[in-house]
Design a protein around this ligand. Sequence first.
Ligand SMILES: [Zn+2]
Length: 172
Amino acid sequence: MIRPILIHPDPRLKTRATEIGAPDAEIRALASDMLETMYDAPGIGLAAPQIGVMKRLFVMDCIKEEGAEPRPMALIDPVVEWSSEALNTYEEGCLSIPEQYADVERPAEVEVSWTDLDGARQRERFAGLWATCAQHEIDHLDGKLFIDYLKPMRRQMITRKMQKMKREQARA
Ligand SMILES: [Zn+2]
């Protein structure tokens, strides 16, 4: 089931999500909905707070090559265990901030541990777009958006554009 995605500004996007622990059928159904919603958008990552569910879960698939096998991932209670000193800059966007993009500098590689949908703890080192995406999504679970890394002027400009867009959508 495709779920509606919250658009910034929304207090739920600024709130820390809570730990899940052992996943049950409800969490597995939620992860499945989130993957469907992410692919439909289309996007490469989606965190539960973006659909108004305040739980520490995100999905991602950063495979972009045409014809390559997809790699849908669902990460429950993710923790950044290690970050590289080397940094990387990517032009980031967000399904909750449509059509706005900005360069954000983050560690180039991160090692993340998480609980998978079977309840097993996993650990993997991510690089490139995967590393950026994982950090962007984990930020969502802490109520942080990529525009929080920008200078206040730029952030306010984007927020005003989103407020205007939401007003126009409400009128339509
Ligand atoms: Zn986002």
